[in-house]
Design a protein around this ligand. Structure first.
Ligand code: ZN
Length: 53
C-alpha cells in the first residue's frame, strides 16, 4: 500500500487500492493533473503570455 489516496474514475470512490473495491476498475491517483479539465488551454495560454513579454 502506497498511502496515496486514489479515486475510481468509474464510480468516484476514494480508495488506497490500485483497483476499485466496488467495481474493480483501475483507480487513478488524485494528484493534480498536468492539465485541468476545465482549462485545457491553460498551458498554451501561459506560453503565449511568455512569448508576449
Ligand atoms: Zn469503481
Amino acid at each position: 500500500m502506497t498511502g496515496h489516496i486514489r479515486t475510481c474514475p468509474e464510480c468516484n470512490t476514494y480508495t488506497l487500492f490500485v483497483t476499485c473495491q466496488k467495481c474493480g476498475c483501475p483507480t487513478v491517483s488524485v494528484h493534480p493533473a498536468k492539465y485541468s479539465p476545465e482549462d485545457p488551454y491553460g498551458e498554451y495560454r501561459r506560453k503565449v503570455k511568455a512569448w508576449n513579454r
